[in-house]
Design a protein around this ligand. Sequence first.
Ligand code: FAD
Length: 416
Amino acid sequence: MASAKTQPKVAVKPRLKRDTSTRLDIIIVGAGLGGVGAAISLLLAGHNVKIFEAANEIGEVGAGIQILPNASKVLQSWGMKEKLEPYATKPARVNMLGWKGNLISYLDFNESASKYPGTFYWDFHRANLHKALLERATELGAEIKTRARVVNVQIAGDEANSATVVLENGDRYVTDLVIGADGINSRLREILMGRPDPPTPTGDLAYRLLLSTGEMLKDPELAPFVTDPQVNYWLGPDAHAVNYVLKGGELFNMVLLVPDDMPVDSANTLQGNVEEMRSLYQDWDPRIPKLLSLCESVYKWRLQIRVGMDSWSHPSGAFTMLGDAVHATLPYLASGAGMCLEDAAVLGELFTRAPNPKDSHVKRHLVKIYETCRKERTEMVVKRGNRQQYLYHLHDGAEQEERDRKLVNAEEGEAL
Ligand code: FAD
C-alpha cells in the first residue's frame, strides 16, 4: 500500500501561452462552481475569459459540499491543493446506516485513497470552495462582472464563428464562444432550445441545516460526530439523512431528504417549519432527533433534475453549456458539482490541445467532442441519482434487506 508520502501528486497544469491569432475570447454565463471552474480551465488553456453573473454579489449558500476523488483531482490539476487544504475536512470513512442506526456497510476513505493515489475525499463549506475558485480564476486573469443578467445569445447561422451576448440592460458583447453555466433554472438552455423548458421535479425536497458544534461537543453521544470526522447516511422509509463535519469541526452539516410537500406553484426554496421537520425523524436513530433539537431555523429546497436535451450546443460551435443547466441531478451521489468540474476540465483539455481553436471548423469539432465526452456520463449520473432515490427510501422488508446485502458486498463505486 502506498503511503501518503509516496503517493504521486496530480500534475498541475501550467498556463499555456498563446498569441492572439489562436486565443479565443470566451464569455461564461454564471459564476457558480461550474462557471468559475470553466473559467479557470479555459484560462489555463491560454484563452481570455469574461464571466457574466446575474446576482448583485457573488456568494454560495451556507451549506456543505462533498468533493469526491474525481473532482479533487480536477481541482488539484488547476493548482488549487494548497489553497483548498486549509478549508478541507478529510473524513475517514462513509457509513451507510439503517434508519434505526444499525451500521449496514462502510467505505474506508484512506484505503480507497491509497488505491487511487493523489485523490482525496474533501468536505467543504461551499463558500470556502467557491471563494478559492474565484481567487484562482482572478489570479489567472478572469474578468468577472456582477449585475450582468444575460437575456439573449444571438448567432447569425450555423456557419457563424461568433455569438452576441445580450445583457438585460441592453449591452451587447461579441465573442468567439459562449458557455451557459447558469444553473438549474437556465435561461441559456431555453435560448438554445428555442422554447421554455422548466426543470423536472423529483418528488423530494431537502432540508439543509448547519449546526455550530459547541452544544454537540457537550453530549457524549454527539461529540464523536465532531471529533472523528466521517460522512453518515441513514436510509429509511421514503426519506434519508446525511451529515458531516465542516471547517475543522466548527460546523456540522445535515441534509434531510424527504417527500416534497411544497405547493406546486411556490418558489423552489422556502422557510421550513422546524417542528414539522423534527416530526418526520422522531422515530429514527435517537441521535437524529437529538441533533435536530439543536436546530433553530431551516430552509427547504425542492429537488429538481435536468434531463432530455438532445444537444447541448449550437451547430455553429459558438455556444455550448455545462453544469446543472444541462445535467442537474439529485444530490444522492454527492456528484453534481463534481460533474460541473469534470465538464470544465474536459473543455479546458480540448481547448488546450487544438492548435487553432479560433478556426470555426476546429471550434465546432471541439465543442462536439466535448459534448460527446460528457453527455453519456452525466446522463448516467442523473439516472443513478434517481435509482438511489428509490433504493435509499425503501420501506423495511425483503427489498430493503436485499439492498443492504448488496451494500455490504458492493465494490467501491459500483452501482447498486
Ligand atoms: P449554480 O451554482 O446554480 O450557478 C449558476 C449561476 O448562474 C448562479 O450564480 C446564478 O446567479 C447565475 N445565473 C443564472 N441565470 C443567469 C443569467 N441569465 N445571466 C447571468 N447569470 C445567471 N454536488 C457535489 O458535487 N457534492 C455534494 O455534496 C453536493 N451536495 C448537494 C446538496 C444539495 C442539497 C444540492 C441541492 C446540491 C448538491 N450538489 C452537490 C450539487 C451542486 O451544488 C450543483 O451541481 C452545483 O452547485 C451546480 O453548479 P452550477 O455552476 O452548474 O450552477
